[in-house]
Design a protein around this ligand. Structure first.
Ligand code: MLC
Ligand code: AMP
Length: 483
């Protein structure tokens, strides 16, 4: 089976039900089916074939959905790209995934793009010809770039079966049905919005109101008008919701049956404060691009603050100690995962793929402990990964960019705690002569996604290093907190 077979439970069997509301447009499941068939004709006319890659550099929009579904139907592998990325970051993905093209709304400096608007116009003129999706469960559906635990960003190849396993799990464990109304402001270019949000809703037959992005100023009106039953957020979103006035909170919480948090740690005090203000216990779960969802607090039963709950059905979880043994209760180690949700490879990176598996288990790089009664608690990461507002930042990428600049001799980037975003990047710089901070920031703005731009540049004479020459980031963190 491929994932379109499962979408057909709604595309064909619930064809008149509203699938998507986006701005002033409402589309039924049949509309989605027809529009994506028409879009498939456009892609075929452009010469795309099964196995080709197509980059999608789009905000949440109907064009994103039409092109995504058309690609799934044709066996074209979608490569979603973070809309906040700049030319430098997109070029890396272009060179690595070698997509036939990148679809975008606006021109992107230095990158050849196809216009999503022109494609949508062309699609309207195509007759509907039903496309039979020939993909199997093992066919790749998407390549999603993630910093992983090491090095630069790599493309995790996710198959139809990976997405299917994830959606079936969440639809059952979180009781997602056609009665649900999902308010979705998370970006579709990441697995949280795409696989947990859109896929689950399409299979269950739930109605989704898709927002171009999450804007906390608009959320009260969206809730009053749409009356969602289901809401997904990263912790930053819940921190924003805590800033709402009591009457707004009442209105937002009124229709919702389930608030889910993931992609970064949800501080227990946020869960508690949210419970007090909204009357809901947020359900926290743990996932990764490479594995989709792994561990989740239960829908029925205790949602324990600070933990991510129990392994999802079909997911095998081991905690491996630094000595390479399986950890006992309350003993810390790295989480290793096996299951139908786990990706098979990084695109074109057999070395990195090999290095990230052990005994058939994927090594997540996340540290954790498990309690006597089976609840997992994450304890940070083995790698230096920084997560800001749910977006991943790999320090080495920023350090490399900084060190390309003439005015910088050495640079080291660390994450510092932040109440709203979880973490923020800060750079320690050893300059070559005088440093013009404003000019440096402007250069960063031109080449790096906004969330990766260091919030501070701290000038230092020498980076603290170990005897082997490795930068001691914990020393930098102490220096920062002493500032
Ligand atoms: C954020 N910004 C966006 C944007 N999201 N711009 C355009 N489109 C978007 N979708 C930019 C803003 O321009 C701004 O830039 C900065 O980000 C913060 O914006 P803000 O208005 O102050 O928003 P804030 O209230 O802080 O909320 C930000 C946020 C956003 C939480 C809405 O960070 C977000 O959407 N995060 C979700 C990330 C996500 O989906 N991660 C899942 C990864 S999958 P500037 O220049 O002003 O700073 C994964 C696996 C798993 O991890 O387990 O799920
Ligand atoms: P990504 O590469 O964007 O898929 O990010 C995956 C990473 O997000 C994981 O390896 C974790 O470090 C982190 N993550 C996801 N969910 C949670 C959570 N509930 N608590 C803490 N960290 C999380």
């Amino acid at each position: 089976m491929n994932i379109i077979d499962l979408f057909n439970l709604s595309f064909i069997d619930r064809k008149d039900k509203i699938a998507i509301e986006f701005e002033a447009t409402q589309l039924t499941f049949e509309d989605l089916n027809v529009r994506s068939d028409q879009m498939a004709s456009v892609l075929l006319a452009k010469g795309l074939q099964s196995g080709d890659r197509l980059g999608l550099y789009l905000e949440n929009s109907l064009e994103f959905i039409d092109i995504y579904l058309a690609c799934l139907k044709l066996g074209i592998i979608i490569v979603p790209i973070n809309i906040l990325y700049k030319e430098r970051e997109i070029t890396h993905i272009m060179n690595d995934a070698t997509p036939k093209a990148i679809v975008s709304i606006n021109e992107v400096e230095g990158i050849a793009t196809w216009s999503a608007i022109d494609m949508a116009e062309e699609a309207k003129r195509k007759p509907q010809e039903t496309v039979q999706c020939k993909a199997t469960g093992d066919s790749p559906a998407a390549i999603i770039y993630t910093s992983g635990t090491t090095g630069t960003s790599k493309g995790a190849v996710l198959s139809h079966n990976n997405f299917i396993a994830n959606a079936i799990n969440l639809n059952i464990c979180w009781k997602i049905t056609e009665a649900d109304r999902l308010l979705l402001g998370l970006p579709l270019f990441h697995v949280h919005g795409l696989a947990n949000g859109m896929h689950c809703a399409f299979i269950a037959g739930a109605t989704t109101r898709l927002l171009p992005r999450f804007e906390h100023q608009k959320i009260k009106d969206e809730c009053a008008n749409f009356k969602p039953t289901l809401f997904y957020g990263v912790p930053t979103i819940y921190v924003r919701l805590l800033e709402k006035a009591e009457d707004e909170a009442q209105l937002i919480g009124a229709s919702v049956r389930l608030f889910v948090s993931g992609s970064a740690p949800l501080p227990p005090q946020v869960l508690d404060a949210f419970h007090k203000k909204y009357g809901h216990v947020i359900l926290e779960r743990y996932g990764m691009t490479e594995t989709l969802m792994n561990i989740s607090n239960p829908y029925v039963g205790e949602r324990r603050a600070g933990t991510v709950g129990w392994p999802l059905p079909g997911t095998s979880v081991k905690i491996i100690t630094p000595e390479g043994k399986e950890a006992g209760v309350d003993e810390e180690g790295e989480i290793h995962i096996k299951g139908p949700n786990v990706f098979s490879q990084y695109w074109n990176r057999p070395d990195a793929t090999l290095a990230s598996f052990e005994n058939g288990y994927f090594k997540t790089g996340d540290m954790a402990v498990v309690s006597e009664d089976g609840y997992y608690t994450l304890r940070g990461r083995k790698s230096e990964l920084i997560i800001s507002g749910g977006f991943n930042i790999y320090p080495r990428e920023i350090e490399e960019f900084l060190m390309e600049q003439d005015e910088i001799k050495e640079a080291a980037v660390i994450g510092i705690p932040d109440k709203v975003r979880g973490e923020l990047p800060v750079a320690f710089i050893v300059p070559n002569g005088n440093l013009d901070e404003k000019a440096l920031e402007d250069k960063c703005k031109k080449s790096l996604a906004s969330f990766k731009i260091p919030r501070k540049f701290i000038v230092i004479d020498l980076l603290p290093r170990t005897a082997l020459g490795k930068v001691q980031k914990h020393v930098l963190a102490k220096l920062h907190s002493a500032e």
